[in-house]
Design a protein around this ligand. Structure first.
Ligand code: KIV
Length: 272
């Protein structure tokens, strides 16, 4: 069964904006490889994010900082080969766009050319506006990302809720408006108070997609491996686990290992 809106055979940046206008919530998940991207695309997810969370989930790094542009292109091209309907958004990794808008454009062009992704996502507000503007001049759609921005973890020091204080909340609102005016087609808000996310979503005409930002936004995103219960250690309040794959996979692998040890696998029907 697919939950995809019948209106959109292929999801584009325009379709997600139309979803906001129509009041239809946008569903978004991460994927980093062909096999899972194929499953979630066929299940009807609207937007697939090739997140730099691949650095944690796929490579086992503690932060998102080490992943490279080449590695992001590898993950994104695997996802793009799997997808027939979803909009594929690819994170620009740490160090590929901050502080130098010309380098930002080169990085974004490499993502689009070498992976076939449909849009890029950058973390930050006014301080990276020049990079966003330059990328947009090349006709590359940009998704913004504010609130908890994991590439700045060493500036924040922790992964706790952002913008709880008035000053940071006002800066976030100003950043969100600046991203919309610059031409971003959508915005991710990560781990901020629900009332603030609601205010931002109501103030912007572009879709606001939340992760740990409450229900009053235009869509939701989760890390696929977290919502499938493949990761165990990460338990934020906003995470709903739809499966317990860690336990399921452990059980299957134990059974297989036991069957091999016992000489039970393969049986007579499982050989030539
Ligand atoms: O990299 C990622 O997975 C993300 C989401 C958490 C929004 O940026």
């Amino acid at each position: 069964m697919s939950v995809a809106s019948s209106d959109f055979k292929k999801v584009t940046t325009n379709s997600v904006q139309e979803m906001k206008r129509k009041g239809e919530k946008i569903s978004m998940l991460t994927a980093y490889d062909y096999t899972l991207a194929r499953i979630i695309d066929q299940a009807g997810i609207d937007v697939i994010l090739v997140g730099d969370s691949a650095s944690n989930v796929m490579a086992g790094h503690e932060t998102t900082l080490p992943i490279t542009l080449n590695e992001m292109i590898y993950h994104a091209s695997s996802v793009v080969r799997a997808v027939t309907r979803a909009l594929v958004v690819v994170d620009l990794p740490f160090g590929s766009y901050q502080g130098n808008s010309k380098e930002a454009l080169v990085s974004a062009i490499r993502i689009m050319k070498e992976s076939g992704g449909h849009a890029v996502k950058l973390e930050g507000g006014i301080e990276i506006l020049e990079s966003i503007q330059r990328i947009l001049t090349a006709g590359i759609p940009v998704m913004g990302h504010l609130g908890l921005t994991p590439q700045s973890i060493y500036k924040f020091g922790t992964y706790t809720v952002r913008a709880k204080e008035e000053e940071e909340a006002e800066k976030l609102i100003a950043d969100a408006l600046a991203l919309e005016v610059a031409g971003c087609f959508a915005l991710v808000l990560e781990k901020i108070p629900a009332h603030l996310a609601k205010r931002v979503a109501e103030s912007l005409s572009i879709p606001v997609i939340g992760i740990g930002a409450g229900a009053d936004v235009d869509g939701q995103v989760l890390v696929l491996h977290d919502m499938l219960g493949m990761t165990h250690e990460f338990n934020p309040r906003f995470l709903r686990r739809y499966l317990d794959m860690y336990t399921e996979i452990t059980g299957a692998v134990r059974q297989y290992a036991q069957d091999v040890k016992d000489g039970d696998f393969p049986n007579a029907q499982e050989q030539y």
